[in-house]
Design a protein. Sequence first.
Length: 111
Amino acid sequence: AVVPSIWPLEVGNILLVAERKKRLSEADVVRFLALLSNLPIMVEQESPERMLKEIVALAREQRLTTYDASYLDLAMSLGLPIATRDTSLARAARKCRVPAFNPATVPHKAQ
């Protein structure tokens, strides 16, 4: 998977919120981060200038947050599909001719 440069911060924030709400323990967060570090995830680095110009423009054009626009921009620039559960992001992806799918609807193999 390829993710934008904000992805590690988003993951960290989600985990900390879950920990603060007592949905996860600190040990759970540490274990999850260890598992995550073993996945083949490439973090794409963007220049601040590009982020402020092109991604903000895409966010404005598609009525997205800049965070969501960074995912869409990355998919567009690499010619890759986008996985999202966010309906606004999926709609914008379709408008930009980027294949989108909801990972929650992908059947999982029984183990």
